[in-house]
Design a protein around this ligand. Structure first.
Ligand SMILES: NC(=O)c1ccc[n+]([C@@H]2O[C@H](COP(=O)([O-])OP(=O)(O)OC[C@H]3O[C@@H](n4cnc5c(N)ncnc54)[C@H](OP(=O)(O)O)[C@@H]3O)[C@@H](O)[C@H]2O)c1
Length: 283
């Protein structure tokens, strides 16, 4: 019962592939550049690209279940990709987004909703993971923390319930490998809500260096974001922060524990797992 992992070189997909392999289950990873995938031996890596349906069809041979994340900037190819997966596999777990839940019309919400709707129209036994912010987003601060410990950004008082990629993967692996998850839309968060200012403080505490948040105007924060992500995502992210400014924190969900039996990891645990990425380069 092979599982195909799409996005297996990414934050969440890598964890899904590694956790499936860790359980001794057959895993195939789709990668655009297999030679650079750097996945543990025991994981079969095949070449493929979501923009090339023939490569997806080939990767689906002999596959029972699929983990799909959506790396594309548009939802337009969703129907063709969903139909291709449905023709080859029985079960699909989609890494979607909490943004798909509400009635927001920003770019991120629209793309994820389009992908979910295309999958819902197929005969697949689907499960949607709808996480809020990823803890990996804070890796975008790593160069500033390595440099002088000062993180410059906008809306520092906004809360988020950052989630560890290993927890999302654990939910995905459970849904891929056991019954009872078909049709579920899992609202996933980390263990607690922290403001951006608090997140920077926790990073400093865990890595043992002085760190602090410095509030900058939105336009300056946008320029910093544009070094890492496309403009429409930077704007959607800043708009989301603007909507959340001054609001009480969202209550973390218990979904990770409900599905896997293990509570979501804390943000401090996530930082400890990524401490090397925040450490200053050796001079
Ligand atoms: N960040 C957040 O707070 C947040 C919150 C909710 C939902 N999400 C959603 O989570 C997803 C991002 O997950 P992530 O952080 O795990 O991803 P990631 O680390 O950015 O990795 C992207 C993956 O997509 C693969 N990829 C890119 N283009 C591809 C293509 N044309 N065909 C096949 N594979 C392709 C990349 O593989 P190669 O480049 O190696 O080929 C890589 O494995 C997005 O859909 C995002 O909207 C994010």
């Amino acid at each position: 019962m092979t599982s195909l992992v799409i996005g297996a070189t990414g934050n969440v997909g890598r964890q899904v592939a590694v956790q499936l392999a860790g359980r001794g289950l057959p895993v195939r990873a789709l990668a655009r550049r297999p030679e650079k995938a750097d996945l543990p031996s025991g994981i079969e890596v095949v070449p493929g690209d979501l923009s090339d349906l023939d490569s997806l069809r080939a990767a689906l041979r002999g596959v029972d279940s699929v983990f799909l994340m959506w790396p594309l900037i548009s939802g337009d190819p969703a129907e063709a990709i969903a139909d291709t997966v449905a023709a080859g596999a029985r079960r699909l777990v989609l890494l979607s987004s909490a943004a798909a839940r509400g009635d927001s019309h920003d770019a991120i919400s629209q793309v994820h909703r389009a992908v979910e709707e295309a999958i819902e129209r197929t005969s697949l036994e689907w499960t949607f993971l709808q996480p809020h912010g990823f803890a990996t987003n804070t890796l975008g601060w790593a160069s500033q923390i390595r440099e002088d410990g000062v993180v410059r950004g906008a809306y520092g008082s906004v809360y988020s319930t950052l989630i560890h990629e290993a927890d999302m993967a654990a939910v995905a692996v459970t849904a891929l490998t056991s019954e009872g998850h078909a049709g579920a839309k899992y609202d996933l968060t980390g263990a607690a809500a922290l403001t951006q200012v608090e997140q920077v403080r926790v990073i400093g505490e865990v890595i043992g260096r002085e760190t602090r948040w410095e509030e900058v105007p939105r336009e300056v924060a946008r320029e910093l974001l544009l070094r890492r992500i496309p403009a429409k995502y930077a704007d959607a992210m800043l708009d989301a922060f603007a909507r959340l400014a001054g609001r009480e924190p969202d209550r973390p969900t218990t979904t990770v524990e409900d599905v896997t039996g293990v509570p979501a990891r804390t943000f401090a645990q996530w930082v400890a797992d990524h401490a090397a990425e925040f450490a200053p380069a050796e001079r």
